[in-house]
Design a protein around this ligand. Structure first.
Ligand code: PEP
Length: 253
């Protein structure tokens, strides 16, 4: 059985104390229900400034991995405000989220930017979670597969393989709206992404494809049981340890 990746994107939320409390609650919850580790791998992606507190709270406990929400496309130097992939890896992170729709929307990131960031992240041995997904108007026009195909071919670098890359399918209209995609639409899009990956990568069947967009305890069972759904990228619900772990519980057979 392949374990599901249950990944929390904490975004720009919470105080330092909130992050410390949240990671402690997540770890305690997993400790109290160790069967979860047979079915799930866990990842949390706090704000950069809280990464060290999360690392400290984990004390080397590897039941929860941690990652960053972005990295620079440059290796180092005159990039005020940026954080390099090497710095992220050096702080103990195993993963980095790239190309989230909020970065595309608010920071003008293109597939080309995401590809350059992913190359940099792979050089630092980080696992990239590359986000793709169509906007509402694109789904209304029925061009969601074209949009996602373009994102995959533009954003995945040649260095990508199933060990260092995860794809997160996150329809933009489902992020933070409370309205998730239907299991039927998720099955269809994840199947499409799998076929696209097969054209590009040799080990494509092992590459994890996550669903993200208003995943919560109420819809997680159906979404996580859907063909080609290898886990979830969870925003709002990951800010509550209880909700986050309930989503993981939904992965239990
Ligand atoms: C996200 O931003 O990656 C996300 C999936 O958010 P939410 O779960 O809040 O829709």
């Amino acid at each position: 059985m392949n374990k599901k990746l249950i990944a929390g994107n904490w975004k720009m939320n919470g105080s330092l104390d909130d992050s410390k409390g949240l990671i402690a609650d997540v770890v305690n919850g997993i400790f109290g229900s160790q069967v979860l580790l047979e079915y799930c791998d866990f990842l949390v992606c706090p704000p950069y400034l809280h990464l060290y507190a999360v690392r400290h709270a984990l004390h080397g406990n590897d039941s929860v991995a941690y990652g960053a929400q972005d990295c620079s496309a440059a290796a180092n130097g005159a990039r005020t405000g940026d954080t390099s992939a090497e710095m992220i890896a050096d702080s103990g992170c195993s993963h980095v989220i790239l190309g989230h729709s909020e970065r595309r929307q608010h920071h003008g990131e293109t597939d080309e930017t995401v590809r350059r960031k992913a190359e940099m992240a792979h050089k630092s041995n980080l696992i990239t979670i590359i986000c793709v997904g169509e906007k509402e108007e694109e789904r209304d026009l029925g061009v969601q597969e074209e949009v996602v195909a373009k994102q995959i071919s533009g954003a995945l670098p040649d260095s990508a393989n199933a060990q260092n890359t995860v794809i997160a399918y996150e329809p933009v209209w489902a992020i933070g709206t409370g309205k998730s995609a239907s299991a039927e639409d998720v099955k269809s899009m994840h199947g499409f992404i799998r076929r696209k990956l097969q054209e590009k990568l040799e080990d494509s069947n092992k590459l994890r494809i996550l669903y993200g967009g208003s995943m919560k305890p109420e819809n997680a069972k159906e979404l996580l049981a859907t063909e080609n759904v290898d886990g979830g990228l969870i925003g709002g619900a990951s800010l509550s340890a209880d909700q986050f772990l309930k989503i993981a519980q939904a992965a239990l057979a």
